[in-house]
Design a protein around this ligand. Structure first.
Ligand code: SF4
Length: 105
C-alpha cells in the first residue's frame, strides 16, 4: 500500500514538472511586443500598423501586406501578436510590416 502511494506521488510530481516546463516554454516564446523604436525595427522600417508605412521610402509596400500574411510570422491566424525570427524574443503585430516582408506560401 505504501509503495503505491509513493509511486502515485512521484507520478504527480513528474506530471507537475512537465506542466511547468510547458508553461515556461510558452512564456519564453511569447516575449514582449516589439517597439517601433527598437534599432533593428527602425533599420527594417517596421511599423505596427502596415497602413502607416512611408510609401516614399518603401515604394514596393502595399497596405495589404501585413505580418500575418508574411512567411516569417509565427503567430496563429487569430493572434494579434506573434513571433518573428528577425526579432528574436519579441512579438510583432499581426497588422504590422517591415521591409523583409515575404508573402506567406
Ligand atoms: Fe512582420 Fe514578416 Fe517583417 Fe517579421 S519579417 S516583422 S513577420 S513583415
Amino acid at each position: 500500500m505504501k509503495s503505491i502511494q509513493r509511486r502515485t506521488i512521484l507520478l504527480q510530481v513528474a506530471g507537475a514538472g512537465i506542466g511547468l516546463l510547458a508553461l515556461n516554454s510558452t512564456a519564453a516564446a511569447a516575449g514582449p511586443k516589439l517597439e517601433e523604436s527598437d534599432p533593428v525595427a527602425t533599420g527594417l522600417g517596421y511599423r505596427e500598423d502596415s497602413a502607416k508605412v512611408d510609401a516614399k521610402k518603401f515604394p514596393k509596400h502595399a497596405p495589404t501586406q501585413t505580418c500575418a500574411g508574411c512567411q516569417l510570422f509565427q503567430g496563429g491566424p487569430k493572434d494579434a501578436l506573434g513571433g518573428c525570427p528577425l526579432f528574436a524574443g519579441k512579438q510583432v503585430a499581426a497588422g504590422g510590416w517591415c521591409s523583409a516582408w515575404n508573402k506567406k506560401a
